[in-house]
Design a protein around this ligand. Structure first.
Ligand code: CP
Ligand code: NVA
Length: 306
């Protein structure tokens, strides 16, 4: 049951292919109510960036497991007054059973995890968004019955979501194509890790050609062109990213059964059109719901059912 007992999840690369499959299966059983788990533990949410989905889905998942949640907004803690991350981690571990951290630098998350003996979950950094991608894989699995052998195309900024998607696809045997403007490619070390995981079984393709990347694909995915912390670059990025917009013309190049995903929040008219996000191939609301189911599985797996 507690396959990830006591472990951190700082990167999707922390999980093996088998562990990802077990989490997906556990989430499916929790969602269908075939599996009921109880844990009487306390989760802290230490978020230095805004969040709707991650905050609420983690909270509801924990409540449904019978646990408690404390929202540790930096503005109401000493974090915003400069208390070092090393000190915060060593204090919070004395109170909490597990903590989800949303911050800027991956290094800060790693420092926190190093000093906190309790499990630490990456709830988004500038480098990765592993919980999002676990929910994305669950959504793909539900739509196609399996992830293995499918192709996912990510269009836009080579950001945290793109990085975790490359790892996630490689872990479940999906081909992944990432199309970005020149200079906005995903993290080089993560590309290498994803290729290592994929081996000679699947492809991890990087390109600057959105049309070639979209042809025949099964899953078309995009995210905002300027992530949290990059707001000042948003206007300059607009014309650079325009060719990577998911619109009906581009969607027509994908497999006719293709689905469209977006981690949300979405900017209609920028990375995708109103017609596409509201259209019949969009699965973004199921995708958002699945954040709760997969995170419940993750919490139960790390904390152990009681
Ligand atoms: N997709 C996602 O992580 O959304 P929030 O920023 O609202 O948590
Ligand atoms: N790439 C986006 C994801 C938001 C869920 C960001 O980091 O702002």
């Amino acid at each position: 049951m507690a396959a990830l007992s006591g472990r951190d999840l700082l990167s999707l690369a922390d999980l093996s292919p088998k562990e990802v499959q077990e989490l997906l299966q556990m989430a499916i059983e929790l969602k269908s109510k075939k599996l009921k788990l109880q844990c009487n533990k306390v989760l802290g949410l230490l978020f230095s960036k805004a969040s709707t989905r991650t905050r609420v889905s983690f909270s509801v998942a924990m409540y449904q497991l019978g646990g408690q949640v404390i929202d540790l907004n930096p503005n109401v803690t000493q974090v915003s007054r400069g208390e070092p991350v090393e000190d915060t981690a060593r204090v919070l571990e004395r109170y909490l059973d597990i903590v989800a951290v949303r911050t800027f630098a991956q290094q800060e998350l790693e420092t926190f995890a190093h000093y906190a003996k309790i499990p630490v979950i990456n709830a988004l950094t500038d480098l990765e968004h592993p919980c999002q991608v676990l929910a994305d894989l669950l959504t793909i699995q539900e739509c196609f019955d399996t992830c293995a052998g499918l192709t996912l195309t990510y269009l836009g900024d080579g950001n945290n979501v793109a990085n975790s998607l490359m790892l996630g696809c490689a872990l479940v045997g999906m081909n992944v194509r990432v199309a970005t403007p020149i200079g906005y490619e995903p993290n080089a070390a993560i590309i290498d890790t994803a290729r290592l995981i994929a081996g000679n079984k699947t492809e991890v393709i990087l390109t600057n050609d959105p049309e070639a990347a979209t042809k025949g694909t099964n899953v078309l995915y995009t995210d905002v062109w300027a992530s949290m912390g990059q707001e000042s670059e948003a206007d300059n990025r607009m014309p650079i990213f325009q060719p990577y917009q998911i619109n009906e013309q581009l969607l027509n190049l994908a497999d006719p059964e293709a689905i469209v995903l977006h981690c949300l929040p979405a900017h209609r008219g920028e990375e995708l059109t109103h017609e596409v996000i509201e259209g019949p191939q969009s699965r973004v609301w199921d995708q958002a719901e699945n954040r709760m189911h997969i995170q419940k599985a993750l919490l139960a797996s790390i904390l152990g059912g009681e």
